[in-house]
Ligand binder design. Sequence first.
Ligand code: 0PR
Length: 377
Amino acid sequence: MKSKHTFPQKGLPEGAIMTRILKVRKEDTNFTGGTVFGSMCTSPLDIAKKVHGMFLESNLGNPGLYPGTINLEKEVHKAVASLVHAPEGYEALSVGGATEGNILALWRARNESGKKKVVLPESAHFSFKKACDLLGMEPVNIPLDQSYQPDLSVMEEKINDETAVVVGIAGTTELGLVEPIGALAEITGDIHLHVDAAFGGFTIPFLKEGSAPEFDFKIPGVDSLVLDPHKMGLSTIPLGLYYSRDEHPISVESPYLTGDHQKTLTGTRTSASIPAFWSVIKHLGFDGYESIMESCMENTRLLFKLGTSIGLKPIVDPVLNIVSFHHEHPGEVVKEMRERGWNISRTVNPPGLRFVVMPHVTEESIRRMIPVLEESI
Ligand code: 0PR
């Protein structure tokens, strides 16, 4: 009898399934060839791919069954804590990515303060819109000044006794800028200061000393911070790390599981990505990350120079491995580039073309892309 449903009635042998899977896999973009300039993710290191596949049964939502994975999680938290200067008494949580980390920070700030206003720069990632909507909080957007940094005088005016939390970005999505977190901390006083270092967290520490401002727990006013191993941490999706200066106070009892409470938003949660990331940290070490970042910055400078040479005007001088150029109709250029096999992305504020120079982008791929860009602008 023929099935009434599109859900298959009878199973197929592996061979038939793999034929389709291999075909579909080819339809997806991959990072080989360096044609993707619009992604903050990259191909995970080979060791991460290998290890990830070995932990598919782990579920840290039920931690008692996976003591091995939990131990690796502790080691990851400790290693990254030293990278972001988390002080003694910190708490770290593995999350699905910066979206979840940003939600946790706002959730805590709302519950502790009993207030609803979230003061954040216009550069903030759209995940804060989700967080505000979910939590019934109200964004108070701070305009950017001429250098695309938050206007601190407006921020100072807008922070008041209704403010639950202030947000600063270390590695803005569009321009890769590091906002002056130290100056924010001076303005916020006792109000919770959360730093979104989704991109900056695994780039800024590996830059030449002094080329970006401080952004982490070295600044005494920083209360929480999120950073993403699945971006420049060069590991597998999904993994974000949320750090709180002190113990994160929100937890829900999970009595029938092997752990008695949960602190993350998700129940069954990101697990295989943790041993994968542990392996990347061990394999690369600080020196390995530093040398990858150095080559990304070299390629960033090349793209900046070649883009300028074809008449594009940079929006800012790159601090991290993101280059953006002014353009009045970026959507059209993005579309044409896509038709010609190149994935670039766009900025909204101000309108422009955006290139994220991840490790899969090479000098050779930049040199191949530029003539196509010249014809598309
Ligand atoms: N905070 C910042 C500063 C971000 O740039 C991003 C994502 C987030 C938070 C949210 O991170 P998750 O999506 O990991 O929760 N930034 C990129 C973006 O949305 C993510 C991205 C990654 C986009 C790969 C495209 C892509 O191919 O623009």
